[in-house]
Unconditional design. Structure first.
Length: 201
């Protein structure tokens, strides 16, 4: 908890760094966000837009779990959930699109669809989770911005990760450590692999 008590910078939605000041911010083109959401609706996958106004989505399994968690948290810690009503103005300033789909063949179609867009990057952040964000943004990029603020280098960093969206960070940190239950690509990018998974103590 000291990390939060001392109010050191933290990463938000895997794309931005938040402190008392926003160190860097990049968004997905609004028209592309509209097109991407229309595509997600068409094929019937769960989607979430991470924007400066909150997380926009529809009623789905993850929405319900976030809402349930919100009910137990103080107001300052709640996720601002916004139910989609096709108000495209809210789609502005979107940093990330999260897509959740358990069906592997549909996930493959989602990857193929987004691979046509040069302006976005698509990575897996969990088995059924697909992250879509601005091309150059990711944990490695955010980490470099944070280190620049504190006049540190990647030689000062030990990074832990378990998914494909951790690969850049694992590769560039002085020591990249993958959890035992990490994805194959994350393990290949790490210097070390733990004996235990991230759910074990």
């Amino acid at each position: 908890m000291d990390f939060f008590i001392t109010r050191q910078p933290i990463f938000d939605a895997n794309k931005n760094i938040i402190a008392y000041e926003l160190l860097y911010n990049e968004t997905i083109n609004q028209q592309q966000v509209i097109d991407h959401v229309d595509y997600c609706k068409k094929i019937g996958v769960d989607w979430f837009l991470y924007t400066d106004k909150g997380v926009i989505t529809t009623i789905n399994e993850r929405y319900k779990s976030i809402k349930e968690r919100n009910d137990k948290l103080p107001k300052t810690h709640k996720t601002n959930l916004i139910l989609d009503d096709n108000n495209y103005e809210l789609y502005n300033n979107c940093n990330k699109i999260l897509i959740i789909e358990k069906n592997e063949s549909i996930r493959k179609k989602v990857f193929e669809y987004f691979s046509k867009y040069d302006s976005v990057k698509i990575v897996s952040s969990k088995k059924s989770y697909i992250d879509v964000g601005p091309k150059k943004i990711g944990k490695h990029f955010a980490l470099k911005k944070l280190l620049n603020k504190y006049n540190l280098t990647l030689d000062n960093v030990v990074a832990f990760g378990d998914q494909d969206n951790d690969i850049g960070m694992l590769k560039h940190a002085r020591y990249g450590i993958a959890m035992n239950n990490a994805s194959i690509h994350a393990k290949k990018s790490a210097d070390y692999i733990t004996k235990k998974s991230n759910s074990e103590s």
